[in-house]
Design a protein around this ligand. Sequence first.
Ligand code: ZN
Length: 174
Amino acid sequence: MTMSEHLKLDSVSDMLAFGLAVVTEASERYAEMAEAMDAHNNTKVAEIFREMADIEELHAEGVQRQISQLNLDVPKTDYQWTSPEGPETGDFSDLHYLMTPREALLLALHNEKRAATYFADVAEKVTNDEVKKMAQEMAKEEQEHVQWVEKWLLDYPDDENEWVEDNDPPVEQG
Ligand code: ZN
């Protein structure tokens, strides 16, 4: 489903369905990036991503609770992260092992910004007050994530060399 399609949506159940898809995707990607950072023995960044995965998961549970409380039949919605270079990600898992902390953080930043912008756009365009309020809250939350990632990025100003040096694939277990 594309963003422009969503911008026409103006119901609480559509908003919650999309919100759920966005935070679920984020939680899964952060968990994957945490594993990638473990492969780099970068415990610090792995911990950051694990924390982000937990935050997004809690958020997903909150949205799920709202859906249950309102007894809504929400449409099945899909949402995928994109890389800063292009719209289609396919599967990140091949990339992950080679991903440096800075690249992982830039990927996170790109997608947190994308989510924040998306919800802000929805908040601006919808006419349903309840949906508008929900979208504003989501935008605010995603904007906070953007700020956290920007702060963490200050610790990784440049890692050009790490990318090329890391050419020793991890050994598959089992
Ligand atoms: Zn987020």
